[in-house]
Design a protein around this ligand. Sequence first.
Ligand SMILES: CC(C)(COP(=O)(O)OP(=O)(O)OC[C@H]1O[C@@H](n2cnc3c(N)ncnc32)[C@H](O)[C@@H]1OP(=O)(O)O)[C@@H](O)C(=O)NCCC(=O)NCCSC(=O)CCC(=O)O
Ligand SMILES: N[C@@H](CCO)C(=O)O
Length: 332
Amino acid sequence: MTILIDKDQVIAGPTLVPAAHELARDAGPELTIGLVNNMPDAALKATERQFMKLLQAAAGSRRIRFHCFSLPSVKRSPEAKWHVESEYSNLSDLERGKFDGLIVTGAEPIAPELDREPYWRDLTNLIDWAKVNTRSTIWSCLAAHAAVLHLDGIERQRLPAKCHGIFDCDVVADDSLTRFAPAPLKVSHSRLNEIAESDLMQGGYQVLTRSEEAGVDVFVRQYASRFVFFQGHPEYDALSLQREYLRDIGRYLARERENYPHLPVSYFDAATEEKLARFERKAAHQRHPALSNELPALNLRGDIGAGEAAAVLFRNWLRYLGADADAPRSVR
Ligand SMILES: CC(C)(COP(=O)(O)OP(=O)(O)OC[C@H]1O[C@@H](n2cnc3c(N)ncnc32)[C@H](O)[C@@H]1OP(=O)(O)O)[C@@H](O)C(=O)NCCC(=O)NCCSC(=O)CCC(=O)O
Ligand SMILES: N[C@@H](CCO)C(=O)O
């Protein structure tokens, strides 16, 4: 899938890309950005939409040639496989192409050890390629954990309980990526593991934003490419965390998971949290899938700021790519 994102219109599909002369307008050098979408099938299209929307909003007058990829070793249903095969570009096109920016999504951790995930080899090859073939790559959540393990042997730590919710993150270093960021940055986190800040400091990484409760949020490392690591999910829609929470309740009721999921932090409004706590008490002794029909109506807090942090981070990221694109191509 190659989508030209232009501030006036989104053109889907390579055949609809306008002829070169139409691109002569002073849109500034076009940026080529790849999305390696390893999210589970149910979030596959939503993740495309989330990142496309963010890039379009952040692009201003710049044109972006946006390509989607997925690692072939990520297990997919026939339908999701068909979507990837018919709509996504081939990973080999990535290695042959010239990409200014790359975004690599996380995935739901299945194997206890990252290097036992089926896509580990593909992911480490991608990390090595991106180091010298992109101006900057964003590694999201599990991809960030995989990158620091592969690059510096830094192991993720399993959390006692899933870290999920909306967390206030403070800017802790002066960097172009967080310029004009609101204080605090409200960022969705949703992960079973974390990277300890002390390990990152020892490994020569620089932490840019941090939450008192959730720990490290955004951190960076300069190679030929600027590697940007998101432990959180600034790209998540307002309802993404709710969907995951409802999925986890469903898994508990179906006895597909041992424990009942904790409430996402600072996410639902107080009245909804009370109703969900009552539902949890009921689920403890009426544990069957049909009980999900009795889930209450859910209302989010009014201050979750969905998309606000991502808008700043992606606008600054594109500025970084664009500034570099304006400069003569340095030898990488
Ligand atoms: C929770 C689910 C299963 C979605 O549950 P649902 O059952 O609601 O979805 P569904 O019924 O399949 O889809 C119903 C509609 O919701 C949309 N939809 C689905 N997922 C969505 C999402 N995350 N955000 C926004 N919209 C979403 C679908 O596109 C569809 O819309 P249309 O009908 O319009 O299409 C999915 O979001 C998911 O798999 N999330 C997991 C994300 C994940 O694995 N993240 C990994 C990064 S975190 C990480 O790396 C962790 C590392 C670590 O833990 O250490
Ligand atoms: N955020 C993802 C991964 C959790 O580690 C989920 O809830 O499925």
